[in-house]
Write a protein that binds this ligand. Sequence first.
Ligand SMILES: [Zn+2]
Length: 146
Amino acid sequence: MLQRMLQNIASRRQRREFEIQSPTAAKVRTLVPKCLVCNAGPVGHRFAEVASMPCNEETKPRVTAMFYHVKNHEWESLKDFNEFRADQDDAIAYAVTGPHETGMVVLIRDPVELYARVEIYLEETITAEEVSRIKNLVSEDKWKDL
Ligand SMILES: [Zn+2]
């Protein structure tokens, strides 16, 4: 009885993790159908959220700051931008790595409405040195297969 309950909890948790991860991967895959570095598809690539910020009147200056940090490749400055809100549009920066030392970053506006179009603000390639800097900021367990 107890064992079945525990199994049930475990499988529910797995399912939930799958549901949480998989739409994000699917979303990033549609945003980045081809890697800017190697021009290949998602296989062999990984991604992680580097920063997020809800878009509203109050956060406008922060969203603007986030945009310029990404544009200027100021990765360490993005450390304090982790305020995702599921009930609002969010600006999200993802880093993508692959079977190469360099990588890329994409900054999007992720709409709260499920079927609204995701807007791409910026797409940038990053150097190997920048990839390792971002890896220092985003822990290993936050990187997922693309
Ligand atoms: Zn690539």
